[in-house]
Design a protein around this ligand. Structure first.
Ligand code: MN
Length: 243
């Protein structure tokens, strides 16, 4: 079937526990980025993992949004100092979505926490806190106290990677709002960018499917720096293509 309609892109939300009762919540910049890229955004609630398959059948592509940390036992670790707040309900829901999306080759992209969720769901591990592995003398600042539209550190994009087709520069500067990072890369993914301290800043599928994981936040940058709309346009394009 040739699909001419705009594709429906599901965006994961998180549980905001700062209210009297939890709210499903999402920064609306993700919604606007998907619309600017030509997709129709639909916010997914934090739902029962057993509903992931049916929800995925209704959407053409999936975007894992940013947020807090991931419970370390979900990637086989004990908690270490520096670990932030996590929400196991959200983790299990997103992991379930990702695993089923992978099995069904649903185009997907992860941003920040979403990048980490994809890696964990597919069998990789995380650094619970970057100084766990990177010495203080080598570390690049990954969580400056600036707004999301401010560029921070540069990244080196792997030559020949899919990511390299989306950016005009091999060493673009990106924003950065994370203290965790990908450690062991999942078997089915490959590194497509690193920062100068060796921290993984992007992953992509080893095979031809569209699965892109970004540690930076293009949704905060594209209005000021239009080239950062490219990852969203790529997701929308992939979601338009019948699998
Ligand atoms: Mn970073």
């Amino acid at each position: 079937m040739h699909r001419m309609k705009k594709p429906l892109i599901g965006i994961t939300s998180f549980l905001d526990h700062s209210k009297r009762v939890p709210y499903c919540s999402l920064k609306e910049s993700y919604v606007r980025a998907i619309e600017a890229a030509g997709g129709i955004p639909i916010i997914l609630p934090v739902a029962d993992p057993s509903h992931a398959g049916e929800i995925l059948q209704k959407i053409d592509g999936l975007l894992f949004s940013g947020g807090g940390d991931i419970a370390p036992w979900l990637f086989g670790q004990e908690p270490v100092p520096g670990l932030g707040t996590y929400d196991t309900r959200l983790d299990e829901w997103e992991i379930s979505l990702c695993q089923i999306a992978w099995k069904t080759s649903k185009p997907m992209m992860g941003i920040c926490r979403g990048c980490q969720v994809m890696n964990v769901a597919l069998g990789g591990t995380l650094l619970q806190d970057i100084p766990q592995k990177v010495g203080l003398s080598d570390i690049v600042l990954h969580n400056p106290a600036v707004p999301p539209y401010e560029l921070c550190h540069s990244i080196s994009i792997t030559k020949g990677s899919y990511l390299s087709t989306l950016f005009s520069s091999e060493k673009p500067r990106v924003n950065s709002f994370h203290h965790q990072a990908v450690d062991t890369v999942a078997e089915s993914l490959v590194v497509s960018a690193r920062s100068q301290d060796g921290i993984i800043e992007a992953l992509e599928a080893k095979d031809a499917r569209f699965a892109l994981a970004l540690q930076f936040h293009p949704e905060g940058l594209w209005e000021r720096y239009p080239e950062f709309l490219a990852p969203f346009s790529a997701l929308v394009r992939a979601a338009k293509t019948p699998s």
